[in-house]
Every structure is written in C-alpha cells, then in structure tokens.
Design a protein around this ligand. Structure first.
Ligand SMILES: [Zn+2]
Length: 441
C-alpha cells in the first residue's frame, strides 16, 4: 500500500461481539499474565465487577512458563471471599475459584456431570479443578447476574469508539440482544450512534429458539435505520486454542478431535425453522469436520425445498471437497485473517500436518466464488482492518496462498446504500472516518 491515501466505503467488520468489545476494554485484562500466580498483581477496579462477582478476560496458558490449564487452588490463594470468573482469551473456557464454584452451585449450576458439548475439568478424585470448557463455560456465564443497563450503555459507547478508531463504520454483531437493540436505538435517536450494526441472536440449545425468535420479532417491530436484525446464530464446535474445534485428524499428542456442541438433528431443526421464517442462519464452525457436517446439514434442508442463507463463521480449517459442496448453496464465509497472526506461535505443536495444510483458505474460497467477508472477531482480536491486511501479507510470505484480489473488497459492507460512510487511511494508520457524511474521529 505504501504511503498512498486509501479509502474504503462502509468499512465493515463482518464478525464481532459488539457489546463484549466495550465490556472487555473496560474490564479486567488477563492477557499479560505469564503464570497463574500473576493474578496476585492484578489491579482490581469497581468496573471489574458483575454484581458480586469479580470477572476478567484474556488469559492464555499457551503463553505461560508452564503451559497447562490453571486450577482454582491458585485463585483461592488470592481471592478467598469473592466469587471469581476469569474467561480464557478465546472466550471458550473459564477459570473459577472455589467461592465461585460454591456460588454457581447456589445458582443452580450442575457440577455432577458434564453438559452436552462441554467439559468440567476434574482431578483424580473427580472434583472440579476450576476449569469449565465450551458449554460448561457458557452455562456458568449465563448463571452470573448480568451487567446493568447503564453499564451496558457505557460498554456500547466505548465499543463504537474502538470500532471507529479501527476504521469501521459497519459491524456485524453475533451477540445481539433485545436490550442491546433498545440501547443502540436510544443512542441513534440522540444522534450519538456512529456505527451501523447488523445482528444475529445466539441460541445455546433447542429450547432457546422460541425466546430468540420472539426477540427478533420485537426488533423487527422496533426498526431503526442504523440497525438490522439478520437471524439466528449457534456454536457448533469450540476453538483451536482450546483443542475443541472439531477437526478430522487428532490434535497432536492426544486421541482427541475436538467436540460438536450440538446434536446435528437439532441443528437441522433450527436451520429449517430459521430459513422458513425468512431469517438467516449463522454458525460458529472452526474445525474442518464441523464445517463439513454443517454444509451437509444445509444441503439436506435445501433438498427439502427450504432455502436460505447460511453464514459460516471463522472456518479456520476447511477441506477442498467441503468448499466444492458449498458452491450450489447460498453460503457466506466470515474469516478473520488476524487469527493467523495469533495462531502461528502454537499451531505446529497442536495441529496435525494434514490439518495445518487446510487452514486459512481465504484464497480458495475467493477462487471458488464463495461469498467471503473479513472481520476482527473483536474482542478476541483488536478492532483493526489494518491488522488483517498485515496478516494477509505475512501469511503469504509463510506459504499460505496469496489473496488474489483487492483485500478491501472483503472489508466493505455488501449493501453500499446503507448509510453514507467512508474511511480514509494509509498502511500506518486510520486518518478519518466519515459516518452519515460527518467526521467522527
Ligand atoms: Zn465470534
């Protein structure tokens, strides 16, 4: 790019967690821990609390001196009286202290067995070690009393500032809620909103579907020109970092291929129900086998004459035959090149060579004319399309196929008529962002 002044219209982050971005930025960061015991040096502030809980985010044992999962015993040394819930950097595991385990039990969390699609780590006596993974993590998170509306508005405002600073005017939020829609609409009416947000409502299980459809109906009945509701989202597998993304080859040094969080018959039911209501369906699929199974489900629903758009989120590993199967279906893939930068340090230790060969297939998707968009996965990665540009350049140097088209195309909202926005930037930095024709930085 050099020093040329460049311009993107409707600069689009195609996969983020909007409220979570502000929440994490205002919250307690654990990303600089070098060991479990480093929690003793954390500076705790009032806004690090979710009701009576201390919450934090961002630890990654892969970066520690001793790269094994921590236990509640370490937290208990420094936090004896307050429940603690520390989420892992990938948002798929949590680390809880003994007071937290006791508090979760009081809130009705079942520690007696692993939930479907999740794991409660246990010691040799069968006692929980304090690590909860995937559905076990999600269900614990849902038990903790949520932030107040005033805290949520603070997070939304901080988040939109971070997205604008990263160059974005349009975001696709995979964690939309009715409350968030209401708070964003209030900001829009006060002319305080400087991003367009399209959203999906996440469901955790089949019983959650009627609630999500009701929320979507309410959003449709309360329209706002800066907001769009698209459909339903679910998590089909885990993450590569937690070795829970569902892959076709065992993770190195294990007999494990990761997990599927849903029964595929239930996924089919949700997909058919969603498409029947003219809504779109988004699914978190990171491992090649999860992607493959999901495309097969979409194919079987389509064969029954029910048609709609399927959004595949992340698709970090994909086999060539799966990409071929996507062609006749209405599929959009949402990738985050920046994950390539983060995953480089440990990929060779965790993934079989056959799996690594099929990682980060953006060029194959483009060549096969599958609808492709780029995003940040914020707060997992920073809100920056320049970081994605950097990842595309660096990955090409390391042997991943070079993206054979202008990368900016994949960072622009497909609806050019939705708001009049553009971003001026160079390779080094974002210069100005115009939203509704007005500069916002
Ligand atoms: Zn996500």
């Amino acid at each position: 790019m050099g020093f040329m002044f460049l311009k993107i219209h409707n600069a689009f982050d195609s996969h983020c967690h909007f409220l979570g971005t502000g929440q994490i930025a205002a919250g307690l960061s654990l990303k600089n821990l070098k060991s479990a015991d480093d929690v003793k040096d954390l500076q705790i502030l009032p806004n690090h609390h979710q009701h009576n809980w201390l919450v934090g985010f961002g630890w990654d044992q892969n970066l520690w001196v001793n790269p094994t999962f921590p236990t509640s015993a370490t937290l208990d040394k420094y936090f004896e009286t307050i429940p603690v819930f520390f989420a892992r950097a990938d948002g798929h595991s949590s680390w809880v202290n003994s007071v937290g385990i006791a508090e979760l039990k009081k809130l009705g969390y079942d520690f007696s067995k692993d939930p479907v699609g999740g794991k409660i780590e246990r010691d040799s006596h069968g006692r929980p070690t304090g690590i909860l993974t995937d559905q076990a993590h999600i269900q614990a998170l849902q038990k903790i009393p949520y932030f107040t509306e005033s805290q949520q508005t603070d997070f939304l405002k901080l988040s939109q500032k971070l997205f604008n600073q990263g160059g974005y005017t349009h975001v696709r939020d995979l964690s939309m809620t009715a409350t968030q829609w209401k708070l964003l609409a209030q900001m829009s009416e006060k002319k305080e909103l400087t991003v367009c947000v399209e959203g999906f409502v996440t469901i955790e299980n089949l019983n959650d579907l009627p609630r999500a459809l009701e929320d979507i109906k309410w959003m449709q009945q309360n329209p706002n020109r800066h907001l769009r509701i698209q459909g339903i989202k679910l998590f089909l597998d885990g993450s590569l970092g937690s070795r829970t993304a569902f892959v076709s080859e065992n993770y190195l040094g294990t007999e494990q291929k990761g997990i599927l969080c849903w029964d595929l018959a239930d996924v089919k039911t949700v997909l058919a129900a969603t498409w029947s209501k003219q809504l779109e369906f988004a699914v978190h699929t990171i491992g090649d086998e999860a992607v493959h199974q999901m495309v097969q489900v979409a194919r079987s629903v389509s064969a029954e004459g029910i048609l709609g758009r399927l959004h595949l989120e992340h698709v970090q590993v994909m086999r060539p035959e799966t990409i071929q199967m996507m062609k006749p279906l209405h599929i959009s893939c949402h990738m985050q090149p920046c994950h390539w930068l983060s995953d480089q340090s440990w990929m060779n230790q965790a993934l079989a060579p056959a799996t690594i060969k099929n990682t980060f297939q953006w060029e194959s998707l483009r060549r096969n004319k599958i609808d492709l968009h780029f995003g940040s996965d914020s707060p997992i990665e920073p809100t920056s399309f320049l970081l994605n540009y950097n990842a595309l350049t660096e990955s090409a140097k390391k042997g991943w196929p070079k993206l054979g088209d202008d990368w900016m195309k994949f960072h622009s909202h497909p609806d050019k008529s939705w708001n009049s926005s553009f971003t001026e930037f160079t390779e080094e930095k974002i210069h100005q962002v115009y939203f509704d024709g007005e500069p916002v930085l």
